[in-house]
Design a protein around this ligand. Structure first.
Ligand code: KG4
Length: 333
């Protein structure tokens, strides 16, 4: 079945056609990052307006790139949360109208379930059960994927997401938004041990994470250096930040695997593009006998294809929406 899928939860408008959950027929994305860069972060109202402008043309492009007409579509899928509420509502309303007009089922998809499903597109052999490390601009969590639509959060951030931590530290270093990739580039050749940054231990669930202390420590370090007129080794600071963020994530993912007995780990989300985290995950999985799936960089960030993939499994499970479907800024996985 060909699913036409939409995504507008943050600052990417995306439409894609995916066949039977695994084969990408088209994947049209329009990033608004340049528009938000001047403000140093996503401005929700601008995001919503730009989604409205782009979504119809992207739907046409997704169909044309797939070589299909409307009659070739079997269902319509959409991200309905979590994310920026005004932004989410654009694709939700567009998808509801499209499903109604085509007379096809409507499939609501959780954004993070979509990120996890990006792995199904890259790795045909991957099937649940496995563990997923979901690390994006808005979320950081370790998820037990017992089945395609059966997921449990084993640990999550108590405050900022890993991507937010990269982005905010990048901002005080004067790097462009979104700062994760520029931080990654800056870190190349830096000394990750030069600037000791805190590693958080949280009370209660020790698989939970925290990034706000690390973020504040790095921001204070930059401000103190500038107030004292001291030179900063920017490359080593970026490398130290990446090492600290990776230390929050990788050992907890290994501990989650040990506790659950799962022997497959899949990474997901924009921060999964980070070179230090990828290298650390590869090393740790090798040492712990886990099979690691790292999606290609093109599938780590927000895209419509991942929504089309997860939608297929939601459809098989009977998880359908209707004209009353709403969008949710916060949504349990
Ligand atoms: O998954 P995503 O595209 O959007 C959300 O659903 O949040 O993730 C965006 C996040 C941003 O915080 C961005 O800075 C970060 O992913 N990111 C990276 C890298 N590439 C993107 N963070 C660290 N290293 C990277 N190479």
């Amino acid at each position: 079945m060909n699913i036409l899928a939409f995504e507008s939860s943050c600052d990417e408008t995306a439409a894609a056609v995916v066949q039977d959950g695994r084969r990408v027929l088209s994947d049209a994305i329009l990033s608004q990052a340049d528009m938000h860069a001047v403000y140093g972060g996503v401005v929700p109202e601008i995001a919503s307006r730009k989604h409205v402008e782009a979504i119809a043309a992207l739907a046409d492009k997704a169909l044309a790139d797939a070589g299909l007409t409307r009659s070739g579509i079997g269902a319509v899928a959409v991200t309905y949360g979590p994310g920026l509420i005004g932004a989410l509502l654009v694709a939700v309303n567009f998808a509801k109208s499209a499903a109604y007009a085509l007379g096809k089922p409507l499939i609501p998809v959780h954004h993070l379930r979509g990120h996890i499903a990006a792995n199904y597109l890259a790795f045909p052999e991957l099937e649940p059960p496995f563990l997923a490390l979901c690390i994006s601009g808005g979320n950081s969590m370790i998820v037990d994927v017992a089945g395609y639509t059966d997921m449990t959060i084993l640990g999550a951030t108590r405050d900022d997401a890993a991507g937010e931590c990269f982005d905010k530290i990048a901002r005080v270093l004067g790097l462009p938004y979104p700062g994760g990739k520029p931080m990654d580039d800056l870190a190349q050749g830096g000394d990750p041990a030069k600037y000791p940054l805190p590693r958080a231990k949280v009370a209660g669930n020790d698989l939970d994470m925290s990034f706000s202390g690390l973020k504040t420590a790095a921001v204070n370090l930059v401000h103190n250096a500038s107030q004292k007129g001291e030179a900063l080794d920017r490359s080593s600071l970026a490398a130290s930040v990446a090492a600290a963020i990776s230390d929050e994530l990788v050992p907890r993912a290994m501990e989650a695997a040990r506790r659950t007995g799962r022997n497959i780990l899949a990474a997901a989300g924009g921060v999964a593009a980070n070179s230090v985290i990828r290298a650390d995950l590869e090393r740790a999985c090798r040492e712990n006998g886990l099979t690691l799936y790292l999606p290609p960089l093109s599938l780590c960030g927000d895209n419509g294809a991942m929504i089309g993939s997860q939608a297929y499994y939601e459809y098989l499970a009977g998880n359908l929406g209707d004209a009353a479907l709403n969008a949710y800024a916060n949504l349990e996985i």
